[in-house]
Structure formats: C-alpha cells, structure tokens
Design a protein around this ligand. Structure first.
Ligand code: ATP
Length: 215
C-alpha cells in the first residue's frame, strides 16, 4: 500500500494568519496530502523572541485549524528543551512514520533562502522533500549556496516528486500579502485585524489581551 503524504509547515505563528492558512490549504489540495502539520516553533533559533508565549501561539494555531481537514496542529517543538531545529523535528516525525510515508517540508521563499544558515541543513533532504511556497514579496534570487542544490534536486512539477525524500519543487499559491509583523503592528496601534486572522484566533487575542503594547 502507498504510504501517507504528510506536509509540515513550521513557523513562529506570532500570530497565525490567513497567509499561512490559505498557503497550507492550497498546497495540501494540490499535493493531495493526507495531513498537513502546522508546527509552532517554541524557541525559533533565527529570529527575535516571539511577542507571545509558545503555548499561546500553539493555542492560536489549534483554534485556527480546528475542523479544517487535513490541517492539524503538532506540539512537538514545545516539548523540547532545545532551540527548535527543523532537522530534529523531521527526525522525530520520521521515527513515528512508516518507511514509505512521504514528508514534505513547506517553506516560504524567504525561509528557503535562509536555509544555508540552518543547523545541519544539508541533512534535511534525507528525511523529506522540500516545497517552496512562492510568496508575493519574493523577488530576490536564491543565494549562491543554494544554486548547486537547486540544480541537482529541483523538479519542475511538484506532482513529479519521486520517492520518500530528496527533491525540491516550487508551488504557486494565490498571493496574500499578509504578515504576522503587519498584524502585530496593527494590534499595537489599536487597529482591527478582522479577516486577516480567523475569528477564533481574533477572539483568543482579545480574550488574552495579546499584542496590545506597541511593537
Ligand atoms: P513575521 O512577520 O513575524 O516574520 P510571518 O508572517 O512571516 O511572520 P512565520 O510564522 O514566520 O510568519 O511564517 C511561517 C512560514 O509561513 C514561513 O515559511 C513563511 O514564509 C510562510 N508565510 C508567512 N506568511 C505568508 C504568506 N502571506 N503567504 C505565504 N507564506 C507565508
């Protein structure tokens, strides 16, 4: 029997917004995922400390994906004491899966360009395929360090990704120029973020008085 197809979207989700959710859903449909795990980073190694706690960011993701198959929240990075390295997350997922299951790591273009700075980044493709989401604000070229990798590993059609791991494909999605930075700023200035985040996330932000102080 063919294995499961599982997408993985890590992020700070500070807070989760419709850019993440539409991107996740569209890629899940295009690639026929059995599940797509959204994995909040507890201690993101490459950026400033998030504005709200890991538990609150996890709670918001859980509310955002409730009842939205095949999206699921995955709390494994909150259970580790160490920085949230993607390679360790993939290793821990792989340890739970069957050999024929396929893992697809979904990265926005900006995240993909930063890959050469990641802990043990060259091992990532041993565990998964990489899907790069094209984002509206992405107009830069891939960094030098990624050119050889792209030449060797990228395939033109994401449907043509073969085997359990090892290849890279680009996925186009409906552009939504939304960022968590913009949402935090609006909230800090007392403006509405209605329709930029799901209503359940907005209710959580209001109930817990999050992002009120100006950034
Ligand atoms: P911030 O503004 O705080 O940097 P962000 O909105 O970029 O946050 P992250 O949690 O850092 O959100 O993003 C997680 C992943 O989702 C990254 O791979 C990022 O590229 C991607 N992503 C974020 N916003 C969008 C969007 N509007 N469309 C597509 N992908 C997105």
């Amino acid at each position: 029997m063919a294995g499961k197809r599982i997408g993985v979207l890590g992020g700070t989700f500070d807070p989760i917004h419709i850019g993440h959710l539409r991107g996740a859903l569209e890629v899940a449909e295009q690639l026929a995922f059995d599940e797509l795990r959204l994995i909040p980073s507890a201690r993101p190694p490459h950026r400033d400390t998030p504005r709200v706690s890991a538990q609150q960011r996890l709670d918001m993701v859980a509310r955002a994906v409730q009842g939205v198959a095949p999206l699921r929240v995955d709390d494994r990075e909150l259970k580790r004491e160490r920085p949230s390295y993607s390679i360790e997350t993939l290793e821990s997922l792989r340890a739970e899966l069957d050999a024929e299951d396929r893992l697809f790591l979904i990265l926005g273009w900006d995240a993909f360009c930063g890959l050469p700075g990641w802990h043990r980044w060259e091992e990532l493709l041993e565990h998964c395929h990489i899907l790069v989401l094209q984002r509206p604000d992405a107009d830069s070229e891939a960094p030098e360090a990624l050119r050889d990798l792209l030449a060797a590993r990228s395939v033109g059609d994401p449907q043509a990704l073969n085997g359990a791991s090892g290849q890279i494909a680009f996925v186009w999605q409906t552009p939504l120029a939304v960022s968590a930075t913009q949402i935090r700023k609006a909230l800090g200035e007392g403006r509405s973020v209605r329709f930029l985040v799901p209503d359940a996330v907005l209710a959580y932000i209001q109930a817990n008085d999050l992002y009120r102080a100006p950034c």
